[in-house]
Design a protein around this ligand. Structure first.
Ligand code: COA
Length: 176
């Protein structure tokens, strides 16, 4: 059975093999072990027993903004919905975090379009996002396309709204 789950320490070397296999073919950015260990909590994997079939990461990058990155599915296991499931898991987490917009920089815009992303101008992304690009050997001539997906706001339950109101009211009383 294939499971989509949070990545663990023991996955890192296989994650790097998978991502860097595609990176060597120029399909995505390579990742160092250091980057993977430091950002492990961003990552989801698709795993079947001890085999790692896919990865994707959600990285919060700015106010209301997060990036989906390192989306990779093993050769021979593509076209079976794993990429979609991994990205959808990232989008679910983004919603839970209260993120309103998720972007990706990619050479496969068609895949992201299927997942509700739209093409945008790279210049629409905040400068902070470019920090990673500066380390890329392709910079500034890479052909990656920027894609953005707007997420519906998670509605707060009435109970939470009421609790928030009560806290603000009592804070106001304390101040006066
Ligand atoms: C791109 C990639 C992640 C897609 O994963 P996948 O598991 O093969 O994709 P899925 O089976 O979940 O496909 C989801 C949808 O996207 C479409 N799709 C998949 N790859 C596509 C592509 N390269 N171009 C256009 N559409 C694509 C599928 O047809 C499917 O559409 P449907 O739902 O209408 O049937 C995978 O092919 C891969 O690892 N490629 C190499 C690494 C790479 O390019 N990563 C992207 C870096 S940002």
């Amino acid at each position: 059975m294939i499971r989509i789950r949070k990545a663990r320490m023991g996955d890192v070397e296989k994650m790097q093999d998978l991502v860097n296999h595609h990176a060597k073919a120029g399909r995505m950015l390579a990742r160092s072990l250091l980057e993977l260990y430091e950002n492990l909590r961003d990552f989801y994997v698709a795993a079947e027993g001890g085999r790692l079939l896919g990865t994707a990461a959600l990285h919060t990058s700015w106010e209301d903004l997060a990036e989906v990155k390192s989306v990779a599915v093993a050769e021979g296991r593509q076209g079976q919905g794993l990429g979609r499931k991994l990205v959808e898991q990232c989008l679910t987490e983004a919603k839970d975090l209260g993120v309103g917009r998720v972007f990706a920089l990619t050479y496969v815009p068609g895949f992201f379009e299927k997942l509700g992303f739209n093409r945008i101008e790279r210049s629409e992304l905040p400068h902070r996002v470019w920090a990673e690009c500066l380390r890329c050997p392709e910079f500034p001539d890479c052909g990656e396309i920027a894609m953005m997906r707007e997420l519906p706001r998670k509605r707060r339950s009435r109970r939470l709204k009421k609790a928030g109101k009560a806290v603000r009211k009592s804070a106001g009383r304390k101040r006066s």
